[in-house]
Design a protein around this ligand. Sequence first.
Ligand code: NAP
Length: 297
Amino acid sequence: MTRIIDGNEVGNRIRNELEGRVDTLEQQGVTPGLATVLMSDDGASETYVSMKQQACDEIGIESYHHEIDPDTSSDVLMDRIDALNENPGVHGILVQMPVPDHVDEQAVLERIDPMKDVDGFHPENVGRLVAGNPRFKPCTPHGVQKLLAATDVETEGKDVIVVGRSDIVGKPMMNLLIQKAPMGNATVTVCHSRTTDLAEKTKNADVVIAAAGVPELVDGTMLSEDTVVVDVGVSRVDADNERGYEIVGDVEFESAKQKASAITPVPGGVGPLTIAMLLYNTVKAAGLQTGVDVTLP
Ligand code: NAP
């Protein structure tokens, strides 16, 4: 029987744990706060930000939303980040990407106080992760680790293929999996658009983590029996339904399910974990900044 990994269930469990930590902070007079900053008219970005705000509200994290006209200069965004860095009621800052072309994305990431960088993208936090001493683990790959742990998939000694080498998913995923730490100790191969013969790599894997953004790139013919498959991809493709589109992952679910021992669906797999781990990092940030012990698993 193939196990369908339920991201909503795992995400809810983590949120419940975090609610207890929020109570601990409140008892010490601290309300954890997350600032979201949106400099875009993109509907998907707006949806992502509102989902994050709602998730904060549900567990008692105060969310502060800032919208910046995408036609204004990058100085406006930078000044806003400076103000949020100085605001003691804001423990986490999230600038929703992508920012407009005239804004230097890397400069934005570097402007955020690394102690408030709940996405874990500031070079200081990236460096700490690579060095094996992470502060804020990037939300999506951290969420994948949590999903694997909740499915009793041990990564130690396993051959893991990560498809995709982006700074937000593929690279931090690799860095987490090679740590000498729980849910690490894997042998990781990172594939990308220049990889030759992807199927040959995936067929030899114990675990395949697909994060390429290419609809149904990985199918059952590319997998061996009993592979664990985690699908990070989210793509909108045309469909003959009321909405005119459907959301699909990087894995062709039906054929992959025939081979996999466990597999995440899209939607309802990795997505809920990305949000849960953002809440996790915000609670952690509040603890670090106020000295309240919110030790997290
Ligand atoms: P990205 O920045 O576009 O990176 C995609 C990576 O995939 C690149 O490294 C690219 O290679 C590689 N790639 C593209 N085509 C490939 C192919 N045919 N074979 C092998 N590798 C290929 O994307 P991302 O931000 O990492 O996101 C990846 C996917 O995950 C997207 O669908 C995104 O929407 C989704 N996502 C989901 C969540 C969630 O919460 N569920 C969170 C974040 C992202 P090159 O480097 O050579 O270009």
